[in-house]
Write a protein that binds this ligand. Sequence first.
Ligand code: NAP
Length: 693
Amino acid sequence: MMGDADMLGSYAQGRWYTAPDDGVELRNAVTGEPVARISSTGLDMAGMLDHGRRVGGPALRALTFHQRAMLCKALAAYLHERRDEFHALSLATGATRHDAGFDIDGGIITTRVISSKARQQLPNDTVYRDGAPERLSRRGTFVGQHVYTPLRGVVVQINAFNFPVWGMLEKLAPAVVAGVPTIVKPASQTAYLTELVVRRIIESGILPEGALQLICGSTGDLFDHLTGRDMVAFTGSAATATTLAGHPTVLAEAVRFNAERDSLNCAILGADAKPGTAEFDLYVDEVVSEITAKAGQRCTAIRRVIAPREHADAVAGTLRERLAKLRIGDPADPATDMGALASHGQRDEVRDAVARLADVSELVTGDGAGFAVHGADAEAGAFLPPQVLYADDPTAPPLHTVEAFGPVCAVLPYGGTDEAIELARMGDGSLVGSLFTYDPSIARDIVLGVAADHGRLHLVNRDCADEQTGHGSPLPHMVHGGPGRAGGGEELGGVRAVLHCMQRTAVQGPPDLVTAAVGAWMPGAGRNVTDDHPMARYLEDLAVGDTFVSEPRTITTDDVEHFAEFTGDRFYAHLDDAALAHHPFFERRVAHGYLVLSFAAGLFVYTDPGPLLANQGLTELRFGAPVYLGDTISVALTCKTISPREDQPYGEVRWDAMVINDDGVEVANYELITAVATRAAGDRPHDGAGGAR
Ligand code: NAP
């Protein structure tokens, strides 16, 4: 940890920079003592953007998705080893060890998950193909393919004070995987923790130079130098978001602006969840946890506790009892349930907000005067007790507009399900809403009633109680961000997070050109029919378009009847001509679709041991025309995509399998997924590739 009131550094254009002025003093949230000073005076903002675009961008774009994802994996491991240091400094933000888990460990886990999702779902390539090719002409000479390529600018992240680590990492990992450099601007109040983590990242040397820069302090004239190739990823209050989104350069250059703003999230108790039910208890547990975790300073925290009017008193009463037992104080003490707010300024803002809410509701937890603070000075630190309000009129506007960004919530009683839906929607757009019910019809009514106003809906009942991940925790796998008041932005959501930093382009043209451009074989493009079997080739020796054309095989009545007996699939369409007299599709008995697939595999298989390791599945199967008894089929198997793996001696090859009858009509088409060894792997057979032949 830095000495008292040291100036925080900014990492710009490949070196650490310290502002020459006094800057602004940042104070420890628990003791009130100075922690650091912050200033960005003299930083060359235009130079930083230029450095990112000129140095960081090309270095990242020289790598594939998987190579960049491996950097994130290495980064997560490196940071994990140093987490104790981060946790120690995090105490100064007022966060308990548990709170810091969301921020520090949550950020590291998110980095790891984004890396893993990217390696599972993106090709080991520099271009991402979005969806299947589109056939745009009758004869197939003009096709289209949507692709994503990295933005050629910089992601400027501007983060809120409450997640100094997670807030950075959840945006950095997707940008790295996308191949786009990042400039991080943490909120001043807790920037010392972000600065420490960035120092460690830079020291690690894991990311290429220019991939990550840091601004501690104000952004100066940074926004004046943005272009349409850059992106701003903002997290914070609606007021700041509105100012920044309205910056003349952002408007004139159409700079991408993703906003994660404040929201008044709700938790609804289903009408079935009476006191004494598991769902009632889970509901109260969740509200307590949400308003006390990080002292209620989470954008996703429950602010509006929407409960059936007949149970609302019980909810308020149970909350009061539970919160009275809460131990507030020194976040370093493991016995502490809730630490301090991030700063005195923050505490003042929360008090003001509570006063506005109290105009239309009553405090059921007392006014918080004289509460006990353990192991710390109540005045020196930014401590505040949890406060629960009860509003007899749940429609009073402040309840749905005033965010008290601290340990505060209001109980809002409702009459019927429709009223609960209306109240939830009065938030005018939220990050998350949760519902506690065991009744499927209530779940359907409320989910469909409120979904359009929410980025995420979190359903809980007794069945998932032990495994549910919590109302307030955005998961890297699932989308985070909500409409309207919540900012209308979107983050996370697996590889969606990566795609947010990329441009989608519709590439359309003749199949051969589109194939060459996007690196995947398009229907209608040339097939390179090879003398040897492409399935006998190592990964490096294969090329997109390599094709095997099989011998023909006639499907006999005996084949179909044997298949029916052997598999038990005696569906009448394969066995009973008479039953098909008025069938809308079939003139007479047809071969089983699975028989066609099985025979197709028999026609194209390369039987000897070799580079082909496993059949990993097939996708996009369509049966285009019936195969009648006596028809002859053959298969053209064409290499569509080749995706090596960075950490394995094999890669994934996808094949277009086209099965035609003797009239040349396509009777089946599908994509076959195989694991193929690299030449470097020699004849080592496999390493847990999965699948079976
Ligand atoms: P804030 O005051 O809006 O500040 C957010 C960020 O914007 C900070 O980094 C701040 O830097 C920066 N900023 C402020 N004015 C700026 C300007 N003119 N130019 C450039 N940057 C500027 O919000 P906060 O108090 O840090 O965060 C609390 C709020 O964030 C709450 O309302 C909470 O609900 C919301 N939040 C939302 C999410 C979400 O995912 N939706 C997550 C967390 C928090 P300085 O600190 O240096 O002023």
